[in-house]
Design a binder for this molecule. Structure first.
Ligand code: WTA
Length: 648
């Protein structure tokens, strides 16, 4: 196989913040003198008290702990807002482009400070104290960033729930972390369609979650009529109007919680990933600066949603910590037409553009014209995140979007890692399409076999990280044991990522995808267990097994196998009903792409479902089903193959 490689252009090697030699020197320093390296990187922030204790971590069971900068004191909002407002009050902090072209807002750092302070005071008035949790269920509007930073300012812990999640998913997340306050909008607006956010909150608070939440603050976005519950619901514009713009930032210990973000795992309900204050912000700021070669004055656009970790770290925390102008886009790539992204790039003279491969694949299908009719001359760096990028999409991104001028940083990381882990640096790393390439400073990747033996050289295995880095999650909210069990017991003494990976002869890492029961749908993580439990909650379903299937645009789609209760018939109508059911239970991102009724599931004699077989059938790959002799009923395989074509 010939594999293309793009060397670092000379002008990049000369002008980049980090060139090849500097990368090597810094990587070596972070490995041999972590305390020295990370103390220096901590200087990028303003501290109330600069830390003396830098790295204090162990992944060993007997002495398990992860602490960074523990005696340091700082405030995240101070670092993301106030220090820039003091120096450059008129610099634009947030550029907001609404769903409808022409709708826009510009918020300077000075204005951001006032907005955040007012809302922070409103939270206090509502009784929110340091350490309390606040759930944010907002569309992509500036108030989402205000709410995050207002929490950080007073030491409250935010939990953002993606505005595409169902009332049920919202309720579970509110309950798990015990939020006192929920902030939402009347409706969201995406691609011209309205999303009934306030109604969803009302539905979520109908049951147990309603007993926890004391206050709901509602942003008026579309002006739709919504029910307001006396004594609980308040309009955003009313509450902030009454507050002062003076709200001193709360001094926070570096290890105090900053936010919780729920993410799907291979088992059980979503986990509340907890990130803390000091290490997270150093990591978000450092990666944003080095990976995008960010320079003051540039316009940075991360096209993710703030409901995902990418939005947390790169729309808000990393970008604003660096005093950047961050662009926030409410809409979708294909509305009003397929040129929207590139029109926005031209309109705001965007320098870095960062998106998921799924969006690129969807746009690629529509032809080059939508792209080439725009200029894009302002672009310097392109980024990819969330799922493996296939070389075809990579080449298209490079040639058509970037006019073969802009390096692509294919950033591998996870909700758990807080920020980028394995990625090219634009001035240092020759690019290989499809490879996340090399680890960042302080990241110690290893590939291990299923026994945990560390594999050397060019090889393929399970990706683990051998030592801690500042941006690492600290625990699962309320469940320290689950944190340890999930990430540190598969390969004792190492953090297990859940990803498979190949390393080539040049030491480049190529992520091959999840090796656990997590499906990556359009760059979003979906636990198969979650979809299965939604399906079995339906009265007619006896059993369900869910696997990933290859999907041209989404990367992976959701394939569900369903066994019905005796007497029920699996017809077209019921299939539709079940697909809608899952969509309602979890949210549109969980909508199954295929659903196959089957009289039984392939199980071993001990009752374990053989997912390997289900995956192969979903892939239409019947030739390599492997050993089926251990099945309790080998005949089930033929029945599954026969039923395959009715699934989609
Ligand atoms: C996958 C998103 C290949 C991976 C930031 C990981 C990637 C999961 C890449 C985390 C990439 C993320 N190349 N795969 N550049 N980036 N992934 O928590 O499987 O939503 O484990 O974080 O996405 O998804 P999460």
């Amino acid at each position: 196989m010939t594999q293309s490689c793009y060397p670092v252009p000379a002008e990049w090697a000369e002008r980049a913040l980090i060139d090849q030699d500097r990368y090597a020197a810094m990587y070596a320093e972070a490995a041999t003198d972590p305390d020295g390296f990370w103390a220096r990187e901590a200087e990028r922030l303003d501290w109330v008290r600069f830390p003396k204790r830098i790295k204090d971590t162990s992944f060993e069971e007997a002495d398990f702990h992860i602490r960074w900068y523990e005696d340091g004191i700082l405030n995240v909002a101070e670092n993301c807002v106030d220090r820039h407002a003091a120096k450059n009050p008129d610099r634009v902090a947030i550029l907001w482009e609404g769903d409808t072209p022409g709708e826009e807002r510009k918020i300077s750092y000075g204005e951001l400070k006032d907005e955040v302070s007012r809302l922070a005071n409103a939270f206090k008035t509502a009784g929110v104290k340091k350490g309390d949790r606040v759930t944010i269920y907002l569309p992509m509007i500036p108030e989402a960033a205000f709410a995050m930073l207002a929490c950080a300012r007073i030491g409250a812990v935010h939990s953002i729930v993606f505005a595409g999640f169902s009332p049920d998913s919202l309720a579970n997340r509110i309950q798990d972390c015990g939020s006192k306050l929920v902030i939402t909008a009347d409706e969201g607006l995406r691609g011209g369609k309205r999303v009934p956010l306030k109604a969803n909150v009302d539905a979520a608070l109908g049951e147990d979650a309603g007993k926890i939440v004391e206050t709901v603050i509602v942003v008026r976005r579309t002006g739709a009529e919504v029910a307001m519950q006396e004594g609980r619901d308040l309009w955003y514009h009313d509450v902030v109007q009454a507050e002062s713009t003076d709200c001193p930032p709360e001094p926070m210990g570096a290890e105090k919680p900053l936010f919780i973000l729920y993410t799907s795992g291979s088992t059980g309900k979503p986990k509340g990933v907890l990130h803390t204050t000091g290490g997270y912000l150093v990591w978000a700021s450092m990666t944003h600066q080095y990976v995008f070669d960010y320079r003051p004055g540039e316009v940075f656009w991360c096209a993710a949603d703030v409901g995902w970790v990418t939005g947390h770290s790169y729309i808000v925390y990393g970008a604003l910590a660096n005093g950047a102008t961050t662009l926030m886009f409410e809409g979708v790539p294909n509305y009003p037409d397929f040129s929207r992204f590139w029109q926005i790039v031209d309109k705001y003279q965007v320098t870095s553009f960062y998106a998921a491969p799924t969006a690129l694949r969807a746009l690629m299908r529509e032809g080059d014209e939508w792209v080439t009719k725009t200029s894009r001359a302002s672009l310097r760096v392109l980024g990819s995140v969330g799922e493996p990028i296939n070389p075809e999409a990579w080449e298209w991104y490079y040639r058509v979007v970037g006019d073969s001028r802009c390096p692509i940083v294919d950033t591998w990381w996870q909700t758990e890692t807080g920020g980028h882990m394995i990625t090219p640096l634009p001035g240092a790393t020759p690019l290989k399409p499809g490879s996340a390439s090399k680890p960042l400073f302080g990241v110690m990747p290893q590939l291990v076999d299923s026994e945990g033996v560390v594999l050397e050289g060019a090889t393929e295995g399970n990706l683990v990280i051998a030592d801690s880095w500042p941006g690492q999650m600290r625990t699962v909210w309320n469940d320290a044991d689950r944190f340890f069990q999930t990430y540190f017991t598969t390969y004792p003494g190492k953090y297990f990522t859940g990803d498979g990976c190949r390393r080539d002869a040049d030491g480049y890492y190529w992520i091959t995808g999840r090796v656990d029961d997590v499906i990556n749908v359009s760059g979003h993580r979906m636990g198969t267990a979650e979809v299965e439990s939604a399906l079995v909650a339906h009265a007619k379903v006896a059993e369900a097994a869910v696997v990933g299937m290859p999907h041209d645009v989404k990367g992976q789609g959701i394939y569900a196998y369903v066994t019905l209760n005796a007497g029920e018939e699996g017809d077209v109508a019921l299939r539709k009903e079940l697909i809608q059911w899952v969509r309602r239970e979890i949210g549109p991102i969980a909508t199954p792409d295929a659903l196959q009724f089957t009289p039984s599931l392939p199980k071993t004699r001990s009752g374990k479902i053989m997912r390997r077989i289900l995956r192969k059938i979903a892939e239409n790959d019947f030739g390599s089903l492997g050993d089926t002799s251990t099945l309790a009923d080998p005949g089930v395989v033929d029945a599954l193959i026969a039923g395959r074509e009715d699934a989609t």
